[in-house]
Design a protein around this ligand. Structure first.
Ligand code: G6P
Length: 750
């Protein structure tokens, strides 16, 4: 309908211009005709009165001439008349004859007029001109006696009648234009409506397959499937409801037709380790990535390609490094890749964690870039890409490439499997383009990532930073409307997909109630029941702001003496990347700080800080979440931070307060937390004080709202949305490919 409106506007405009041109031509032509008529008329008048005029001239009877001219000018259109002798003197003129047309003036004009412009043969001079009262026509006609000219008769005609007629014609044309424009718009609208109805009916008929030609059928099948899927996806979105493992599974089989998902992530979800007792123990690593993706894989099945880093990993996997997990459930496969010590050092510790990790986090650590590390990074990326290609079961698989360990892999996979749908997710922040620019291999990293079909970040800000980096360092077009980077005609979509936890968290199934968990934790720590308990859960990483957190606890006790002896902060700190100097320094600094604060406020058995630097399995972590009055997440820079969301998920009692750093992605979603700047110790300690004193009703209100959000925006939704986007992209690409091939065939047939 909008097109029809646009079309009518153009039509009316064109009609307007045409009417205006027609009017101008018409006005000029009719004016010329009127003028010619008037000139003819003047000559006729003089011709008719010629004999008596000649007689009056011969007798030099000016009185009789005056009377005759008065008689002539009685004609409605003749304003004035005059008779001149050949010498230029006026013999007679009607009353009120205009002085402008005196003999002298007119003769001057006649002399200026080229001879051929004078009326042919009869010595008439004719001219249209203006008088103050309007337009007039002046005719000066020679009065001939045989071939001898006696003088001239001047007749001045009033032309206002011509202007009046012009005006009438213009009004008529305007009315005609109005009627035409109205008629054109009505006809256009009606035609558009009818055509649309016909077209829709035609399309419906074709989609039903009633009248399709056989060669169109495969194409129609695809169009029909696409239409149905798009509408069912829309319906599902509109129907809303929470995303569950079942819905994710159904989405996968509906949209990806059972094709399995292959994940590439450095960290494996289950690590087998030898224990001191000579047994093998399975560990779930402390990794936000694993926390998020493990439930997704349990729901979808498929293969997770990862570094086999556990001491008992080889002996628990088969000859191809494959093992079914989770233990006893076996719903998907982990494919372990074995790295040499040099590879692990260069690729994992070196380029990934001493280069990219500090590059992407604003947390007071300088990146170190070594060419040999990057060489290992490139080799290991290639090895993982090869492993992916060995695991897929079609030439257009769905591959999920995870995190900063694999910036180069998407392009390597794309080279081997051009039709693959590759979704890369960057779990950590993406820095601004100036900072990213300090990496010596910035172009190669960006280029590698753009092998992906979709690149996901937690926030729009990180997407924008990525676009800026591409803009600054690559020859590629940024399509801001589609949120895509286009390189050599291929588009990579860049979108925010904020990650989350599973909902409900399966670990809670086997956990005792909140009260029991609290009782158990306080007992284990030998703390009295009325303890105000704060909890922190992290890997020992300098981006987590653990030192700042302990300093905020110290400031709290300093400023609120009543809390001394009652407030205890338990920090669960999983050792991480301990081969890197900066991490070892952090470990020492945290221990030193905790010891100093404890020394300052210790009172008998009371110690305000409990530092538990060891790995805790998820059930143990969830007990602490449940036991806590307050959970403090103080990251200095964090892509999302799932500890915040896990704490909320754990609190089925709708109690407990979350104090959350504003520098986490989670702070954008969990706005009912007490949001703080972890560098501002006064503000952070005020928030901790407010948290431990917060009335239960307010706690409930805040927690209920955050739980609602985490329940809805859970990890199944995160994965579901990415997979649905990928499936849509893939269908569109397939359809476009088929349409292109079909078009080529049609052209070839012509
Ligand atoms: C972050 C990264 C993950 C990583 C995790 C643990 O969350 O985004 O990719 O797995 O830290 O680090 P680690 O080096 O032990 O795998």
């Amino acid at each position: 309908m909008r097109n029809a409106l646009r079309f009518s506007a153009i039509l009316i405009g064109a009609l307007g211009v045409l009417t205006w041109i027609a009017y101008s031509v018409l006005a000029r032509t009719t004016r010329d005709w009127f003028e010619a008529d008037v000139a003819l008329r003047a000559q006729l008048v003089v011709g008719t009165a010629r004999q008596s005029l000649l007689a009056h001239f011969h007798q030099s009877d000016s009185g009789a001439l005056h009377a005759q001219l008065q008689d002539i000018s009685r004609d409605q259109r003749i304003m004035a008349a005059a008779a001149w002798a050949e010498d230029g003197s006026t013999i007679a003129a009607t009353d009120g004859y205009p002085a402008r047309f005196s003999c002298a003036n007119v003769v001057r004009e006649i002399r200026r007029t080229p001879a051929k412009a004078l009326a042919a043969g009869n010595g008439a001079w004719l001219k249209r001109t203006e008088l103050p009262g309007g337009q007039v026509h002046v005719a000066a006609i020679s009065l001939l006696d045989g071939s001898h000219a006696l003088g001239r008769i001047v007749l001045i005609h009033d032309l206002s009648f011509a202007l009046r007629r012009e005006g009438k014609a213009r009004n008529l044309l305007l009315v005609a234009f109005g009627v035409l424009a109205l008629a054109a718009s009505i006809v256009t609208m009606v035609a558009a409506r009818l055509a649309r109805r016909d077209w829709t009916a035609e399309l419906r008929r074709i989609l039903r397959g009633d009248e399709a030609r056989p060669e169109y059928l495969p194409l129609l099948r695809d169009v029909r499937a696409l239409v149905q899927r798009l509408s069912s996806e829309q319906e599902q979105e509109q129907r809303g409801g929470h995303w569950t493992p079942a819905r994710l599974k159904a989405t996968l089989s509906q949209h990806l037709r059972g094709e399995r998902v292959v994940i590439v992530a450095n960290r494996e979800p289950y690590i087998h380790e030898h224990t001191a007792e000579g047994t093998v123990r399975v560990q779930q690593p402390a990794s936000g990535l694993v926390t998020a993706l493990e439930p997704v894989m349990r729901a979808c099945s498929g293969v997770w390609v990862a570094h086999g880093s556990g001491s008992a990993d080889r002996e628990t996997a088969d000859a191809n490094g494959r093992i079914k997990v989770p233990p006893a459930e076996e719903s998907y496969v982990v494919r372990r890749l074995w790295l040499s010590e040099a590879e692990e050092q260069g690729y994992y510790y070196g380029f990934s964690n001493e280069g990219l990790w500090p590059l992407c986090h604003l947390a007071d650590a300088r990146p170190t870039f070594r060419a040999e590390d990057f060489e290992h990074y490139r080799t290991v990326n290639r090895r993982f890409a090869d492993a992916v290609c060995a695991e897929v079961d079609s030439d257009d698989p769905i591959v999920l490439v995870q995190d900063y360990h694999f910036a180069l892999a998407p392009k390597m996979i794309r080279e081997r499997l051009p039709r693959a749908t590759i979704i890369s997710f960057w779990h950590i922040p993406w820095p601004n383009s100036e900072r990213f620019g300090i990496c010596p291999w910035r172009e190669e990293l960006l280029d590698g990532m753009l092998g992906s079909s979709i690149i996901g970040f937690h926030t729009q800000l990180h997407c924008n930073n990525f676009f800026d980096a591409v803009d600054s360092y690559l020859e590629a077009r940024i399509d801001r409307e589609r949120n895509a980077v286009v390189q050599s005609g291929r588009a990579t979509l860049v979108r925010p997909y904020p990650i989350s936890t599973e909902w409900p968290v399966h670990w809670l199934d086997k956990l005792p109630s909140v009260e029991e968990c609290r009782r158990g934790v306080l007992e284990a720590l030998a703390l009295p029941p009325d303890t105000l308990l704060g909890v922190g859960v992290d890997r020992l990483d300098y981006t987590k702001g653990i030192e700042e957190r302990l300093l905020a606890v110290e400031r709290l006790l300093e400023r609120h003496p009543a809390l001394r002896g009652r407030f205890v902060f338990v920090q669960l700190a999983a050792p991480s990347r301990t081969k890197i100097e900066r991490y070892r320094e952090l470990n020492e600094a945290v221990e030193r700080t905790a010891a100093r604060i404890n020394a300052r406020y210790a009172d008998g058995p009371y110690e305000p800080v409990r530092l538990l630097c060891t790995h805790h399995e998820p059930p143990s972590v969830f007990r602490y979440y449940r036991a806590a009055d307050v959970c403090y997440v103080s990251s200095l820079h964090d892509g999302m931070n799932l500890v915040a969301k896990e704490f909320v998920a754990a609190r089925t009692d709708e109690q407990g307060v979350l104090v959350l750093s504003q520098f986490t992605g989670a702070a954008r979603e969990l706005t009912e937390a007490l949001i703080v700047n972890p560098y501002d110790l006064d503000q952070a300690s005020d928030a901790l004080a407010a948290a431990v004193q917060m009335p239960k009703d307010e706690q409930r209100e805040r927690m209920r709202s955050m739980r609602g959000l985490v329940a809805e925006y859970n990890v199944y939704r995160w994965a579901g949305r990415m997979l649905v986007d990928a499936a849509q992209l893939r269908r569109r690409e397939r359809l476009t490919g088929r349409l292109a091939r079909f078009g080529m065939r049609a052209l070839g047939a012509q």
